[in-house]
Design a protein around this ligand. Structure first.
Ligand SMILES: *[C@@H]1O[C@H](CO)[C@@H](O)[C@H](O)[C@H]1NC(C)=O
Ligand SMILES: *[C@@H]1O[C@H](CO)[C@@H](O)[C@H](O)[C@H]1NC(C)=O
Ligand SMILES: *[C@@H]1O[C@H](CO)[C@@H](O)[C@H](O)[C@H]1NC(C)=O
Ligand SMILES: *[C@@H]1O[C@H](CO)[C@@H](O)[C@H](O)[C@H]1NC(C)=O
Ligand SMILES: *[C@@H]1O[C@H](CO)[C@@H](O)[C@H](O)[C@H]1NC(C)=O
Ligand SMILES: *[C@@H]1O[C@H](CO)[C@@H](O)[C@H](O)[C@H]1NC(C)=O
Ligand SMILES: *[C@@H]1O[C@H](CO)[C@@H](O)[C@H](O)[C@H]1NC(C)=O
Ligand SMILES: *[C@@H]1O[C@H](CO)[C@@H](O)[C@H](O)[C@H]1NC(C)=O
Ligand SMILES: *[C@@H]1O[C@H](CO)[C@@H](O)[C@H](O)[C@H]1NC(C)=O
Length: 444
């Protein structure tokens, strides 16, 4: 990122370069510990909640759409940027993104540490074919020769590509779509005269800015590929996801001295609050299908059997009959009744939810409006005149109610005419000569 600035004063950096700054530099201050990610995680950046759980929006605003997080320059001065709340201490990052168009517009993926170690991917909006890689150590921006450009096989502004950095104490690798394009060893960067290998805990920063802003120095504008025409915008960078693997596991990274050497960083054991926040945010509000899968088998059967509470009651009575001989005494029977009642209630509650979602049911007498994803049934109406045979979504139950031999003109819903599945009286077996059959429990 700072490759552009070898010609200009560092005072210019802060307002423009949303990505390359530090609030506390451990080389000359005592700074708080860096919160660790301490896990591997893929952030799908298509929802604001994913971003706000783990990133700070440090400039501008981010929008979300079908192609992920949108970082847009609408006018001069815009530079929407996010920064991870967590740090990784060696690790890998893979960002699936599509760079913005626009001369002088820079889309970027930056790893940045508190003492300004930096690893970059940069994309010039005027250049469809090449991506820039770069790095800095301890904020040393005097290097002229570190930016190296690599070809990307399709227009990087029209296509999503996978840009990775794999970072260990020994070497840094940049990859495009899983092909290593550049390798920098520790020794390469730490020669006799300087000591610039990026080696301290990093945040991930993603953002866009206009290096072609006319208010910037010529050197910057030239590097960016020319002046940006803000009237031709908006210019948008799209980020689908970011896979972040922290090679350390712990709660935080502590700077034990002011050397900025990786050996001086202490990994503090414990649970990462960043990881806990992610897991908490992820804890699924279970999908209906998952809830259904988690139901006890007897409840599932009741649901399959249809007729809601009636089916469950029937099942309960059936089980009660089966077990009665082996159960003696009033107390046991009451306990058993309570169990059946609870199961009935659970089944009813589950069915209420399934029905609200249009699952598993159909509308008795209104064949046109069936559940689209019927569990144990199927959506839609199947006329006998068509060759279409409904497919049961209930495993192991062949749907054979619609048989040519039956003179049933159309049939809606069902779970197969298995005699082993308890079924409610409202879901009779198909009968020849019946004009139209609707079965199962009714949808609301
Ligand atoms: C601390 O170091 C940074 C980077 O080298 C420098 O920009 C800043 O001025 C220093 N601050 C102090 C108080 O020395
Ligand atoms: C994270 O991924 C790396 C490989 O990228 C693997 O070596 C490491 O074991 C993983 N860590 C965890 C906690 O799964
Ligand atoms: C975001 O992406 C995840 C993973 O692909 C997906 O499960 C989720 O439904 C998506 N969210 C939105 C709002 O599209
Ligand atoms: C993110 O923002 C919070 C609240 O402003 C701040 O405390 C925290 O230090 C920020 N994280 C980073 C990594 O800058
Ligand atoms: C894109 O960048 C590469 C590498 O710097 C350069 O060779 C090429 O000419 C550039 N293309 C355009 C259209 O500027
Ligand atoms: C991106 O590339 C990395 C490195 O090869 C790979 O581990 C990762 O699976 C890729 N991501 C996707 C989504 O293909
Ligand atoms: C900064 O980088 C330049 C160019 O690579 C190098 O000559 C110089 O020694 C470095 N400075 C420090 C303090 O490491
Ligand atoms: C920038 O370059 C243009 C022409 O290339 C020149 O006219 C102008 O004076 C330069 N500006 C600065 C600040 O150097
Ligand atoms: C870390 O989390 C686990 C599981 O949530 C918990 O059992 C353990 O006590 C926690 N450890 C610390 C040091 O807080």
């Amino acid at each position: 990122m700072r490759s552009a600035f070898f010609l200009c004063a560092s005072a210019l950096l802060a307002p423009v370069l949303a990505q390359t700054w530090t609030t506390c530099n451990p080389l000359n201050s005592t700074c708080p510990n860096d919160p660790a990610l301490g896990m591997n995680y893929t952030f799908h950046l298509n929802e604001s909640s994913t971003v706000t759980t783990s990133f700070n929006v440090t400039a501008g605003t981010i929008s979300y759409g079908d192609e992920g997080a949108e970082f847009t320059i609408n006018k001069q001065g815009d530079s929407p940027t996010i920064q991870s709340q967590f740090y990784i201490f060696f690790g890998s990052v893979s960002v699936i993104m599509k760079a913005a168009t626009g001369q002088g517009v820079i889309s970027s993926i930056v790893l940045e540490s508190d003492d300004l170690d930096e690893v970059d991917w940069e994309f010039m909006g005027g250049n469809a074919t090449h991506a820039e890689t770069n790095y800095f150590g301890k904020g040393n921006t005097t290097a002229y020769d570190r930016a190296i450009y690599y070809p990307v096989d399709t227009d990087l502004r029209e296509n999503f590509h996978n840009y990775s950095v794999v970072w260990t104490a020994e070497k840094l690798e940049w990859l495009i779509d899983s092909n290593v394009v550049r390798t920098l060893t520790y020794a390469d960067a730490n020669g006799e005269t300087y000591d610039d290998y990026p080696q301290t805990p990093m945040t991930l920063r993603l953002g866009i800015w206009a290096g072609g802003d006319p208010s910037l120095p010529n050197g910057t504008i030239e590097w960016a590929g020319g002046l940006t025409d803000f009237t031709k915008g908006p210019y948008t960078m799209y980020v689908e996801s970011a896979e972040v693997n922290d090679y350390s596991t712990g709660s935080a990274y502590e700077w034990t001295d002011k050397t900025g050497d990786w050996q001086s960083i202490k990994v503090i054991a414990g649970n990462s609050t960043a990881a806990e926040a992610i897991i908490k945010a992820e804890t699924p509000t279970l999908s209906t299908a998952q809830k259904f899968a988690a139901l006890p088998q007897t409840t599932k059967l009741a649901v399959y059997a249809g007729s809601g509470a009636a089916g469950a009651l029937l099942l309960g009575a059936f089980l009660f009959m089966c077990c009665r001989q082996r159960r003696a005494g009033r107390l046991e029977r009451e306990a058993y009744n309570a169990k059946v009642e609870k199961e009935r209630q659970d089944a009813y509650n589950e069915q209420m939810e399934l029905r609200e979602k249009g699952l598993g049911g159909w509308n008795n007498g209104e064949v046109a409006h069936q559940g689209e994803d019927a569990l144990g049934g199927w959506g839609g109406t199947h006329a006998r005149s068509t060759d279409e045979m409904p497919v049961s979504k209930l495993p192991n139950h062949y749907v054979d109610e619609l048989r040519p031999s039956d003179s049933v003109s159309s049939y809606s819903g069902g779970y197969g005419n298995s005699s082993t599945v308890p079924r409610s009286p409202s879901f009779p077996l198909p009968q020849a000569g019946h004009g139209a059959m609707n079965g199962g429990y009714q949808r609301f």
